[in-house]
Design a protein. Structure first.
Length: 68
């Protein structure tokens, strides 16, 4: 299986999250984890360029917010 590769880029009015198939599965697993009923409101994950995201990506925060 391929290594997950995710890139986040954009402008003030548009953000793009681009990924290979493994990266899309990784994001889906993270989002499913955030939807777990045992997690509390405010739980979040940080994804950073060069760590969880491709170099040059802008940082991405996935957050659970029950007020939405």
């Amino acid at each position: 299986m391929d290594e997950p590769r995710i890139r986040v880029y954009g402008s003030a009015t548009e953000i793009t999250v681009a990924a290979n198939a493994a990266g899309l599965r990784d994001l889906a697993e993270r989002l499913n984890g955030l939807a777990d009923p045992d997690l509390r409101d405010g739980y979040h994950e940080h994804l950073e360029g060069g760590i969880n995201l491709e170099d040059g990506s802008v940082s991405l925060i996935l957050a659970r917010d029950e007020a939405l």
